[in-house]
Design a protein around this ligand. Structure first.
Ligand SMILES: Nc1ncnc2c1ncn2[C@@H]1O[C@H](COP(=O)(O)OP(=O)(O)O)[C@@H](O)[C@H]1O
Ligand SMILES: C[C@@](O)(CCOP(=O)(O)O)CC(=O)O
Length: 455
């Protein structure tokens, strides 16, 4: 078993980072209006095992996509990455990919999954490229061997930021391995936590550049920071992404239509509407901009994240969610399956619902009203499941990137339990992963620590 060959000098550890939903402002965001995205409690988990000195290999074991590949460390193109004019450091701010470095990685990334159909292989190559770019930038030719095992509870390609959460995990793990991150711990000065989150976020963005080509930066920022962020494009200039550090944890129902959608198609739809009905479309986009600004005012008001603050303002927030959905319907980006979800939820009166992300399929979110009856929720979940929808009970405003070092749980009265690699690899589905290593699932489990933004 691989675990047995791990180095006693470097304990096995785990990092985790959340997915996200857009809470307000999608589509209007394309026209420079603000949008708010929040972290959810669906997460990726990356287990890092250090091998003994004699094993000079690095293995990527991405279970959810069936990628399992091992590279010999000594055969990787270190010389290209280590040229003085190319060499990047953990503190470097990298905001674009270097074509020469990409070219050097290419044959190594393309060595993966040779026997698989082209479509699946492309996904593997993208993940391998992101990993190799980060590994070669942050690690060194003297690096010991490692196994990186990844499992995620975030559905892939559903607009929930799965790729960003994977990149945040990789970035945090590599920065931890070269000992450039301290903490996280409760007494960490806010400026230090801020610097470290930003460092993780910046390198995660580099991974996103490899996976996506032209990422906005919103997904990796919200995944690294947790809570929520405001995102605003600014014409030809770089967009601004500002963390909202006071976003409370709110219970949320996330419902996946399981109907594939294309962001580009939905964005084009709105562009078409705007070309044919400019004033009308502008007024809808302005309406979305206004409601997002109103939500922002609420979220940043003093005491919003206190229990009192939430109960005072939840109704206001919920109303804005409902209105935002109405605007998105007017823009033509809903879908009969999304409308069916809204209809089923509205009949139960358990909360406020909107589509999230590009629309045309994908997911809807329902923010729960206070004091909803558990039986009503269960009945609704049964009805939704019977119609082929996939349901996730999750939390909005979840923690950002976190670490479990070493990968051992100390449970009160029950001693400690090392996370077994085989058990992690084979944990059945999202529920199995969460029961084994889940953040916030077993509240009495000590160990997980999160970098938290206070400023
Ligand atoms: N659980 C995972 N394991 C490995 N790679 C993943 C995982 N989730 C996402 N990815 C990577 O991210 C890509 C999905 O990105 P994308 O289609 O933009 O979806 P999303 O909107 O969920 O980020 C995948 O093709 C894969 O390369
Ligand atoms: C529709 C849009 O506003 C959000 C798209 O969200 P997603 O790809 O579904 O996560 C597009 C954008 O802002 O780039």
């Amino acid at each position: 078993m691989e675990r047995k060959s791990s180095s006693p000098m470097a304990p096995t550890f785990m990092v985790s980072a959340p997915g996200k939903v857009i809470v307000f402002g999608e589509h209007a965001a394309v026209y420079d209006k603000p949008a708010i995205a929040a972290a959810i409690s669906l997460r990726s988990y990356l287990l890092v095992t250090t091998l003994s000195k004699s094993q000079r290999t690095v293995k990527l074991n991405f279970r959810d996509i069936g990628l399992d590949h091992t590279w010999k460390i000594d055969t990787l193109p270190w010389d290209v990455f280590q040229q003085p004019i190319k060499k990047k450091f953990y503190y470097s701010l990298v905001d674009s990919l270097d074509p020469e470095l990409l070219e050097a990685i290419k044959p190594h990334a393309e060595a993966v999954s040779k026997d698989l159909p082209e479509k699946q292989r492309k996904i593997h190559i993208r993940s391998a490229t992101a990993f190799l770019y980060l590994f070669l930038s942050l690690s060194s030719p003297e690096s010991p061997g490692f196994i990186y095992t990844l499992r995620s509870t975030i559905p892939i390609g559903a607009g929930l930021g799965s790729s960003a959460s994977v990149c945040v995990c990789l970035s945090a793990a590599l920065l931890l391995q070269i000992r450039t991150l301290a903490g996280p711990h409760p007494d960490q000065p806010p400026e230090e936590a801020e610097t470290q989150i930003e460092r993780i976020n910046r390198w995660a963005f580099v991974g996103e550049l490899c996976t996506h080509g032209d990422p906005s930066g919103i997904d990796n920022t919200v995944s690294a920071s947790g809570k929520a962020v405001v995102y605003q494009r600014n014409g030809a200039n770089a967009p601004t992404v500002t963390p909202l550090t006071k976003f409370p944890k709110l219970p949320l129902l996330l419902i996946d239509t399981q109907h594939a959608r294309s962001t580009a198609t939905q964005v084009d739809k709105v562009r078409g509407l705007r070309a044919n009905h400019e004033q009308l479309t502008e007024s809808i986009l302005n309406g979305i901009g206004q409601l997002t600004a109103s939500a922002l005012k609420l979220i940043t008001s003093p005491g919003f994240d206190s229990r009192d603050g939430i109960s005072r303002t939840l109704d206001h927030l919920g109303t804005l969610i409902r209105v935002n959905h109405g605007f998105l319907v007017s823009l033509g980006v809903s879908h009969p399956r999304l409308e069916r979800i809204r209809e089923l939820v509205d009949y139960t009166d358990i909360g406020w619902t909107k589509l999230t992300g590009a629309g045309g399929g994908g997911c809807a979110i329902t923010l729960f009203k206070p004091d909803v009856r558990e039986e009503t929720v269960q009945e609704l979940e049964r009805d939704l499941a019977a119609e082929g929808f996939r349901i996730y009970e999750t939390v909005l405003g979840a923690d950002g990137v976190g670490v479990l070092w070493p990968a051992v749980f100390r449970t009160e009265g029950e001693g400690s339990e090392e996370i077994d690699q085989e058990k992690f690899e084979n944990a059945p589905g999202a529920k199995g992963i969460e029961e084994l290593v889940g953040v916030g699932v077993h509240e009495n489990r000590e160990g997980w620590k999160f970098w938290t933004r206070y400023i």
